[in-house]
Structures are given as C-alpha cells and as structure tokens.
Design a protein around this ligand. Structure first.
Ligand code: XMP
Length: 511
C-alpha cells in the first residue's frame, strides 16, 4: 500500500485543495472530518502524517471543533494550517489571542527561519494569510520559525515530536513557496515515498477488479460524461464482456452525441453496450411541461424506469457500478452528510433491482485525477475534456415546453456555436459554452420578406468550480461568426443574443 496522509478536516474551505496539493506531489491523501475518526483509528490506519485544516475562527469558541490531544503522543508528524495551527498550539498548552485590530488577510510577506519545513526557500517570501486570531504564546517545547510584520508567530515547530504549524495557507497558489513547504513536510518530515501515480492506480484497480469481480455480471449506467466513461473503461479492462453498460439516450443530447458515445464505447473499446433509444418515452412524458424543476423530476424518474426495464431483460446482475468521485464522497468537517448528485443518481436503484454489491472505482479520485486516469486508459481527449453537460440535457436549454422541432433547432444552433469556439481555439479558454432556445419570437427581415422567428441565446462562462462563474469575454469576431452562421444556416432562428450575466445572480443554465 502507498504511503498516505490524513487531512483532518475542521471545516475549512480549503480542505479538498490541501488533499489535491498533497496528491500533486504523488502522495495519497484522504480527508476525514475531525469527528469521524479516533486517535486509535489514525494509528491503526498507518498514516505517515496528519494535516489539520483551517476552520472556524477561535479555538476558545465552545462551538469550534476540537480534537483528542492524545494525537500529539502518537509520534505521527502533524502540520497544522491556520485554525489547525492555532488548535495545535492550544492543544499543546500554548496561547491563542485575538488580533481584532490587526487581522491579516491576503498576500503578506513572511520571514522564515532556517528550518527543515522551509528548506530551499528564501528567508523572505509571499504567503497567503486569512486570520484574526494568532498564537501569542507558543506551547512549551515549540520554537517560532516564521513571523510577519503583524504576526509574531507565523509558524512554529517542536522538532522532537515532529509537530509543525503554519498560520498562513501553503495550499493556495498565492503562497509562492507553498508547494515546497508541503513537499518538505511530506518528504523530509513524514518520510513519504512519492508513489501515488495514476499509472499505478489504474493498473492496481484493474488487477483488483479482475480478481474481485471474477465471474460476476456487472451493470453500469453510462451517460457519456467523464466519470461514468472512465469507470466503464476501467472496469471493461478488468472484466471485459461481463460488464454491461446501459446508455439511455433520452433524446435530449447534443447533436451527434448519442452516435459518438455508441461509436466510442462499442466501436473503439469493443464494449458490451446497450443503447436505449428512449426519445419518445421522454418526450411523451415531457409534453407541455414548462416548469424547470418538473422537467428535471420527470427526466430523473423516467431515467430510472428505463434503466430498470433494461436491467430486467439482462437476467441476474450481481454488481452495480457507479462513477462516483471523491468530492461526492467527502463529508465536510462540520459533520454534514455527504453531497450526492441529485440527477442520474442511480443510488436509488438497488431498491428495485437486486444487486449484491455496488462498486465505485473512482471514489478516491478528484476530477482532475479522473481525467488523468481517462488519458491513461486511452480514452479520447475529446471525451476526457468534455465540458459539463447537465443530466436533464437540452430539456433545460429549451425554455418552456419541449418539442422535437425545438430540440432540432437548438441542436443545430448549439453545434455551430461550439464549432466556432473550437475553430477560434477557445475551447480551453472557457469552461462551459452552449446555446439556449428562448421562448421569444421576434420580427426580422430576410431578403424582401418579413420573418418572425425564434431567438437563440449564446452562453459561455469561465469558472473554477461552477459555484460562481463569470461570463466569458468572447471576441466579437467569434460571436459575429456564430450569429451570422446560426441565422443563415438554421431556418427558424432570426435573432441571436449573448448572455452577459455572471453567476450570481444568474445561474449557468437558464433553467
Ligand atoms: P447552474 O445552472 O446551477 O449550473 O449554475 C452549474 C453547473 O451544473 C450543471 N447543471 C446540472 N447538472 N443536472 C446535472 O447533472 C442538473 O439538473 C443540472 N443543472 C445544472 C450546469 O450545466 C453547470 O455546469
């Protein structure tokens, strides 16, 4: 087993980022809420080191998360970050005070001492601070190893017990030597080996599932999205034809998408794929429905019904495979329940179809790692780097009631917009881009004729996490070409507008 690091989560906003930064150094990291793992479990799991994350403001606040001080006796190296640093000081008998009038926020110059944690970094550098409280008296046995103009203890350590704390955030890119500091902790203090590599993950997983799923029939709902595609190819390499993938084509996909999915998985990979052409079923259910949430609900339910019908035809199925990824599994430090995607959540299926077990081959991976695994498995770049596409598909991009004709108009307009973005070399510069068919008609003129056609809105957004998003400043020439081609090539569309609203207040999708 590879060396692994525990990220003990106290509810900080950067907990996943810390884990990703550790994994970027090829060391496996997992996140556990502080209230879901005991000192004994930490010991038994054999972690090479523990990182305390940031969290709520004051360690003296009774509602702030605390941890069993016995962890300090384990002999496992600890790095506390921000709140985690203060908590470490507090647990070890130091003093934390509030600096209400001199809180530090943003890029700050930090002066670091000659210490193993700061090996190979200059004595003066930029770090990212975000705190009001600070350590006013380090615990006994600790020495101060960094300071800023306002913060007398920006880092501390007890070398003998391998306990380290930094008030700043090494995981954010604004801390110029943040990755180096984490590397020093991982390799020089915890003595980790850099052996968490995607090649070995992929090989190991294939080996494991080949062994564990031998002779079993496995079923997977393939959407053509990155996660289910990578899960499917990985399992296919492990168990071949014993994996059946059901691809429900609800008729709400983009132009040519259904064929592309079929071709890739059945053609290129030779997989056992069932494509269910269920357009009529879905459109019948959606007829006349205008409310976005009702559309989503109908699609979600119908998806399950179609999947059930297919599964019933297959006879005995032992295992259900899902493309769940790590951010779906991670729980927050406050003890909230896991975040589960609401759409295409086949987790509800075991109630109606009997499976002996569920496998989730990607449950340890972040999205960028899933993509790396995809490349490793030979999945085409086009699929691995696909922009997100909502489960309910074009149903939430046709405003108002859905008809087959409207879907066709939208598909054509959307394909043109995507082609223009791609040919301008902008596909990697904007995170999601698509067309929306509004329910607005407007007057136009073509030749000597008056027209009264549909209005299409184009949308492109730039974002890190889709929680907030900026509208992408696409070059006018690209918008001009898309507009001109759409109105010329798609009969029925006479006006094109560009959506210049960010999120918030707007959402990415129109419905
Ligand atoms: P919003 O519109 O909420 O979208 O700003 C944020 C991201 O989520 C996608 N999205 C969905 N994905 N089922 C999904 O699987 C849905 O019902 C759904 N609604 C929105 C959207 O495309 C964007 O990437």
């Amino acid at each position: 087993m590879d060396d692994k690091i525990l990220i003990l989560d106290f509810g900080g906003q950067y907990n996943q980022l810390i884990a990703r930064r550790v994994r970027e150094q090829n060391v496996y990291a997992e996140i556990k809420p502080y209230n879901r793992i005991t000192v004994q479990e930490i010991k038994d799991a054999g972690y090479k080191g523990v990182i305390f994350t940031g969290g709520p403001n004051s360690v003296y606040d009774t509602s702030s998360p605390h941890y069993d001080p016995d962890i300090l006796q384990l002999g496992v190296p600890i790095l506390g970050i921000c709140y985690g640093d203060q908590l470490l000081a507090y647990m070890a008998g130091g003093k934390v005070s509030s600096a209400e009038n001199s809180s530090e926020y943003g890029k700050t110059t930090v002066f670091t001492a000659d210490n193993i944690l700061f090996q190979d970094i200059p004595g003066e550098s930029i770090c990212w601070m975000s705190h009001t409280d600070f350590i006013s008296q380090p615990p006994k046995g600790f020495e101060v190893i960094a300071h800023t103009d306002k913060c007398p203890c920006a880092a501390m350590c007890d070398t003998d017990r391998k306990l380290y704390g930094v008030q700043f955030h090494p995981e954010v890119t604004h801390t110029v030597y943040g990755q180096r500091i984490l590397a020093n902790f991982l390799f020089h203090i915890c003595a980790c080996e850099a052996d968490w590599k995607m090649e070995s993950f992929v090989e190991r997983s294939i080996e494991k599932y080949r062994r564990e799923l031998a002779g079993k029939k496995v079923l997977l709902a393939l959407s053509g999205g990155v996660d289910s595609s990578v899960a499917a190819v990985l399992l296919h390499k492990a168990i071949g034809r014993n994996l059946t993938c059901v691809f429900v084509d609800h008729g709400l996909l983009r132009k040519g998408e259904g064929d592309f999915v079929e071709q890739t998985f059945r053609g290129t990979f030779g997989m056992n794929l069932i494509r269910v052409n269920a357009e009529k079923r879905f459109l019948d259910k959606l007829a006349g429905v205008c409310d976005p949430e009702t559309k989503r609900k109908i699609i979600g339910e119908e998806f399950i019904r179609v999947f059930e019908d297919e599964a019933a035809k297959l006879g005995k199925i032992h295992v259900l495979a899902q493309g769940t990824i790590y951010p779906d599994v991670v729980e927050s430090g406050k003890g909230d329940s896991a975040v589960i995607k609401s759409h295409h959540n086949v987790g509800g299926l075991p109630d109606v179809i009997s499976f002996e077990e569920i496998v989730e081959p990607l449950r340890e991976l972040f999205k960028d790692e899933v993509r790396r695994a995809g490349i490793q498995l030979g999945i085409p770049h086009e699929l691995v780097w696909r922009q997100p596409f909502p489960g309910p598909g074009l149903a939430v991009r046709v405003i108002g009631a859905i008809t087959k004709e409207k879907l066709e108009l939208l598909r054509d307009a959307d394909a043109i917009f995507r082609e223009e973005i791609a040919s301008a070399g902008l596909a990697d510069k904007t995170n999601q881009y698509f067309a929306v068919l509004t329910d607005l008609r407007s007057v136009g003129v073509m030749g000597d004729f008056r027209t009264y056609g549909c209005t299409v809105a184009l949308r492109a957004v730039t974002t890190d996490d889709f929680m907030t998003a900026e509208w992408t400043r696409l070059p006018y020439e690209v918008l001009e070409r898309a507009s001109s081609r759409i109105t010329n090539e798609v009969a029925g569309i006479s006006r094109v507008v560009y959506d210049i609203t960010s999120k918030p207040p707007a959402t990415v999708e129109w419905e």
